[in-house]
Write a protein that binds this ligand. Structure first.
Ligand code: HEM
Ligand code: MTE
Length: 474
């Protein structure tokens, strides 16, 4: 390999389509895989996700590649090595984001600083549980660096109790003094599918596609147990809200914060969690290491990450994100007329669904034998309401079929999404079709059919029928 040319990662990055050749790297070597793309057993669209970059983060997600047979194939395409001078950029300590963790290259980044990104939709619904690296990431501020050995959660006590001294809990206290609880929860950002609102009339906010939603198995302790330990009961007077303060802060020292109603926090049925594990791993840095709140069925914004302090109070959190953001308005309210104090903070989210396969503009080929195509997506509702049905149309809404639901069995309130799938025949004469999905939850809530009547200046709560137009190749 001394005779092989040397390339920098920046040079490799330029090779992402057949006319420039398609290059990838693996273990410090460079491969031109242009001629293998069509032969890939896992499909062309998958292998192209890695074009111009490293294979490792993708193969970490797809274990089938852990074999000599795969490495032998790869070796046939070797064209060079990564130049030994190609070092990582040195950290710039004047940049408050220099301590942010590294992220999976496949994420679609909506904002780098603070980091906001969503997975490609076709990867999102490959698994009922979203792998941590693919889980959407929504940060308002730099990721704080927290030493887990020094970490203490501060819980303010009710007036009069223990001379008003707060309860302080280390991670070890949390893991040993309280019983462990696990729950599968789908988190969705209020801005999920904002780009469709933006397409109608400009809104203020990150241009999220339909990927600001993901599902994980969270483990931790029940918030109600911790509040009880601090001295609160259902009958504690003058308490209406539980405020959560993050340890992430802006240059003025303002921290992220949000609150939920006290009765919600104390409800056994609502399973509000202080989580230290995500999908069997320690909570990743982007998701709130070492401790975050999980409020099942409630908008992402209240699921405070890097939790530092809990305050029980008569008032809601006074933070910007509770008071002046994450609220819904009439479509005719604009930035001159908006009065944020007139609307309640979003808590439980409405019923939602989206199509993840095929993608808009894709050319789809019906199966040669039965003429069928596969349509896939997700559906979820807030407040513990289970998805009971997903309707799918392949003719722009004239006729509807019922999709198969894939999910977890759970008694009581349901916090996780259902993935859905439909094998459908496309009418022989159709060339351009519009696929639509709509979900129905256990309260028979249904999605509105179009975006315009629910448009709002901040671009939140878009749950209109999801439409994907594709071309049929025969
Ligand atoms: C399957 C090779 C890149 C996703 C396979 C298999 C081979 C292979 C040989 C069949 C494995 C078996 O069944 O024993 C390669 C090579 C790659 C590459 C040489 C790079 C040059 C990727 C990337 C992704 C990916 C970047 C994902 C983004 C998959 C998937 C399967 C698969 C999902 C499983 C297909 C199935 O079981 O139906 N790949 N792969 N591959 N590959 Fe790759
Ligand atoms: N908590 C803190 N401390 N800081 C934040 O910026 N973002 C909130 C919430 N909790 C945020 C936070 C928002 S708006 C959402 S949608 C979720 O975290 C996203 O959680 P995730 O990044 O784990 O997907």
């Amino acid at each position: 390999s001394h005779f092989l040319p040397q390339y920098t990662r920046a040079e490799v990055k330029k090779h992402t389509n057949p006319s420039d050749r398609i290059w990838v790297t693996y273990a410090g070597e460079v491969f031109d895989i242009t001629d293998f793309v069509d032969l890939h057993p896992g499909g062309k669209s998958k292998i192209l996700l890695a074009a111009g970059g490293a294979l490792e983060p993708f193969w970490a997600l797809y274990g089938v590649h852990k074999s000599d047979h795969v490495l032998e194939i790869l070796q046939e395409y070797k064209v060079g090595v990564i130049s030994p001078d190609d070092k990582e950029e040195p950290l710039d300590f004047s940049d408050p984001y220099s301590g942010d963790p590294s992220r999976h290259p496949v994420l679609k980044v909506n904002s780098q600083k603070p980091f906001n990104a969503e997975p490609p939709l076709e990867m999102l619904t490959e698994n009922f549980i979203t792998p941590n690296v693919l889980f959407f990431k929504r940060n308002h501020l730099p990721v704080p660096n927290i030493n887990p050995d020094e970490f203490q959660l501060i819980v303010e006590r009710p007036p009069g109790a223990k001379q008003g001294k707060p309860l302080k809990l280390s991670l070890k206290d949390l893991k040993t003094k309280f019983s462990r609880h696990e729950v599968t929860v789908t988190l969705q950002c209020a801005g999920n599918r904002r780009s469709e609102m933006n397409a109608i009339k400009t809104v203020k906010g990150l241009d999220w596609g339909a990927g600001a939603i993901s599902t994980a198995r969270w483990a931790g302790v029940r918030l109600r147990d911790v509040l009880s330990d601090a001295g609160y009961t259902e009958n504690t007077p003058n308490v209406q809200h539980v405020q959560f303060e993050g340890l992430d802060q802006d240059v003025t020292g303002t921290k992220y914060g949000a609150s939920i109603p006290f009765r919600h926090a104390m409800s056994k049925d609502h399973e509000v969690l202080l989580a230290f594990e995500m999908n069997g791993e320690e909570l990743p840095k982007d998701h709130g290491f070492p401790l975050r709140v999980i409020v099942p069925g409630v908008v992402g914004a209240r699921n405070v990450k890097w939790l530092g302090r809990i305050i029980v109070s008569e008032e809601e959190s006074s933070s910007h994100w509770q008071q002046n953001d994450y609220k819904g308005f009439n479509p005719n309210v604009d930035w001159d007329t908006v009065d944020f104090s007139s609307a309640p903070a979003i808590q439980e989210l409405p019923v939602q669904s989206a199509i993840t396969e095929p993608r808009p503009g894709e050319i789809i080929t019906p199966d040669e034998d039965d003429g069928k195509v596969t349509i896939k997506g997700y559906a979820w509702s807030g407040g513990g309401r289970e998805i009971v049905r997903v309707d799918v149309s392949l003719d722009g809404g004239k006729t509807w079929k019922v999709a198969d639901l894939i999910g977890e069995e759970k008694k009581g309130l349901v916090w996780a999404w259902k993935l859905w799938q439909l094998e459908a025949t496309i009418p022989a004469e159709d060339k351009e079709i519009t696929i639509i999905c709509k979900a129905i939850d256990s309260s028979y809530n249904m999605q509105p059919d179009t975006v315009a009547p629910i448009w709002n200046l901040r671009g939140v709560l878009n749950n209109a029928w999801h439409r994907v137009s594709v071309t049929v190749a025969r």
